[in-house]
Design a protein around this ligand. Structure first.
Ligand code: TRP
Length: 343
């Protein structure tokens, strides 16, 4: 890459509501470790966004800023390569949100498919917090604030990128030039990882997740509990591989595809018991998670180092987001005291 051409900017983030799990790992964290070298990558610890549906438990949101940061470092995200930053410590994002709120209608937010589904899931009905209804606008501020053009998110978040781009076009039209850039959602090719109970989504709140920090015993217990083929009662019987969580996890985590294909064939034919395949899957997961758990413990014992890296990352992020805010304020022609410096 030419030194004159800067790397494309990636922004992604996580709500700080709990430690990350295997679903985050396959869907997102693994690729962030690779992307950090080919892109300029920012990772946002989205504590402000987490508050939009956790206002009754700010302590949880705050506590998990460090937990999620530890997960990042544990999987191999390098804080000197990737900028890791804390959303609530970036006031420029809040101010951009305030400005963008005027370029979107309540009706449009209520039609946003992600928001619609999430309101239903949380049972908010008409009592949806205004902050929650508006979090797509705050996410648009995140994305444009960092000048990100690539946003790796799960498929369920794609409407938020569309919403961002609508705001970008609307603001650009108002100011008469393309100050803000549209972003592209980068959707992972691998499907969503089901929970150990076979439910569509792995989630801490559903109690079907394997956290990245799981102990060896917790991993063993989780694999033992895994949903398989309910009709596969005796080892000698033929078993179903489709919808069988053990095999879904083999596909997601076992590098040796030929071995997995062989195991599937033997399971289908009959003669392979659940305990045997579960023991093999456990080996795969233990091997994957042991080094992650060790690195996590190493960083957890050195919170001073982690906080230093977060402070440095947040300072870099502050510079970037304040620059964007100044440009937007200037372009919209907001009031400025004579003598106050423009950006
Ligand atoms: N909405 C994302 C989630 O729930 C978190 C997030 C906040 C985010 N700001 C972002 C993702 C900006 C991508 C870009 O996981």
């Amino acid at each position: 890459m030419s030194i004159l051409k800067s790397k494309p900017v990636i922004l992604t983030g996580d709500r700080t509501t709990g430690p990350l799990h295997l679903g985050h790992y396959v869907g997102s964290l693994k690729s962030r470790v690779t992307l950090q070298h080919s892109h300029e990558q920012f990772l946002l610890l989205a504590d402000t966004q987490a508050l939009t549906d956790n206002a009754d438990d700010p302590a949880k949101v705050q506590r998990n800023v460090l937990e999620v940061a530890l997960d990042y470092l544990a999987v191999g995200i390098d804080p000197d390569v990737t900028t890791i930053c804390v959303q609530s410590a970036l006031p420029a994002l809040a101010e951009l949100t305030m400005l963008y709120l005027n370029f979107v209608t309540v009706a449009r937010l209520e039609r946003n498919p992600t928001i619609k589904t999430e309101i239903l899931l949380r049972g908010f009905e008409r009592d949806v917090p205004a902050g929650f209804l508006c979090y797509p606008v705050s996410q648009a501020a995140d994305i444009t604030g960092f000048k990100a053009t690539i946003v790796p998110v799960g498929e369920d978040q794609a409407p938020l990128i569309e919403q961002t781009n609508e705001i970008v076009r609307r603001v650009n039209r108002q100011i008469g030039r393309d100050l803000l850039s549209e972003a592209t959602a980068m959707i992972p090719k691998v499907g969503r990882l089901p929970g150990i109970d076979g439910k569509a989504k792995m989630s801490k709140s559903l109690g079907n997740a394997i956290p990245l920090s799981a102990s060896a015993d917790e991993i063993r217990t989780a694999v033992r509990q895994m949903y398989t083929d309910p009709n596969h009662l005796r080892a000698a019987d033929p078993g179903r591989v489709e919808g069988n969580v053990v095999f879904t996890y083999f596909d997601a985590f076992c590098g040796d595809q030929a071995a997995v294909a062989d195991l599937k064939a033997r399971y289908r034919a009959g003669g392979l018991g659940d305990m045997v395949v579960k023991r093999q899957l456990e080996d795969v997961l233990q091997a994957l998670l042991a080094p992650i758990r060790e690195r996590r413990a190493h960083y957890a014992a050195d919170a001073g180092y982690v906080l230093d890296k977060l402070r440095q990352g947040t300072a870099r992020a502050r510079a970037r987001t304040e620059e964007t805010l100044d440009e937007v304020r200037e372009a919209l022609g907001l009031f400025r005291f004579a003598g106050d410096a423009a950006a």
